[in-house]
Write a protein that binds this ligand. Sequence first.
Ligand code: ZN
Length: 420
Amino acid sequence: MNEPPDEFDWLNAFYRDLEGCEEDDELGVDVDASPVIQLVDQLLAELVSCEASSLHLLPQADGSVAARLRVSGVLVPSRHHPLASSLRLPLTARLKIVAHLDIAERQRPQRGLLRFGKRREPLRVTITPTRHGELLVLEFLRAGQAPETLAQLGLQPEDLALVQRGLRSSPGLVLACGPRGSGRRTFLWACLRALHGPRRAAMSLDYGSLQELEGVAQVELRRETGFDLADALRQQLHRDHDVLLLCQLDSLECTQLAVQAALDGHWVLARHNTSDAVASIFRLLDMGIEPCFVADSLRLVVACRLLRRLCAACREETTAEPDYERWCPGFLAAYPSAVHRRLCRPAGCEGCGGSGLKGVLPIFESLSLDANQRRLLAMSPYNQADSLRAGLRSLRASALLLAQQGLTSLDEVLGKTPGP
Ligand SMILES: [Zn+2]
């Protein structure tokens, strides 16, 4: 029986076939696949050792490839950055082979999966043609991962109590707001986990969610085929579900359907692209949802953010005097015990790859409407911003409290949370 051809042979054969073709000058490199295989292995090993979530290989104008890793939400150069121009095509070819993609296709985007080593978590390989060559992004898919519980998320005790109380009330709409990558989906899955049980039918409607929870029907939405949230919601609206977990409410129709489902007695958990909890309520009103429907359907709005954590080994104190009142008016009055200690900034050491940052810290701003707020919101919604904000610990205040403990930097606080 013939042995199947080695990947190495196939790669060399592929380049031999291309010899003499029009693009020979571009491909006219001495393709020895073995160093390329080693390089790919080294890049993948680095991805794991740095606890990076993704690897980006971006072709540059001079032919070289920028190799960067996303660590704690930030792109940092790989040890191998930049890669020589002679490596670009063999590297791309090698990654296409291991991700079972079409090695000859260079004009259209492609997407595949790559599994390596003992780690069984797959990497999603996305290839996008750009002006200077193909951009490759390898991203960990932590598929099949059970969602965290609310208690594991890192909510402050008062926020945790408020969220749990909100989820014990009658079914309605739960919104997680913030920009992409702020931890909204993780929060909603934790809510679903809290609501889920053998007596409740739950369904998620999302694009490529990686979480998995036994007993939850997971519907994969697909933009390519036009099967979007509005479509799926229309189909599922009158079915017998207790809990629906949705992706982002990005259109008026989706928002109307979600509110309608909540008013019909479903738990509806959805992401919202707004800056804070109160802004989410006004977004619903601005979209034309009747104030009484907003007041009746909304159970809980939680704004989420992920701040980068300072590396404890190398953080250093800043010399500047903190100016809490400018950053967050009323902060010192609300937190009189807030010490006037200096904040810390990132420095950089070997342990954090020189960035001064290591890991992330989630923060939350939780708003649950009481009966009085509900009544006022239904009557004169646009006068309620102050009453809704009263008693709410803002994202900015939560972030400053963490900065005071030396856990995050002022840049993170001011850059990631809405200011006055
Ligand atoms: Zn460090």
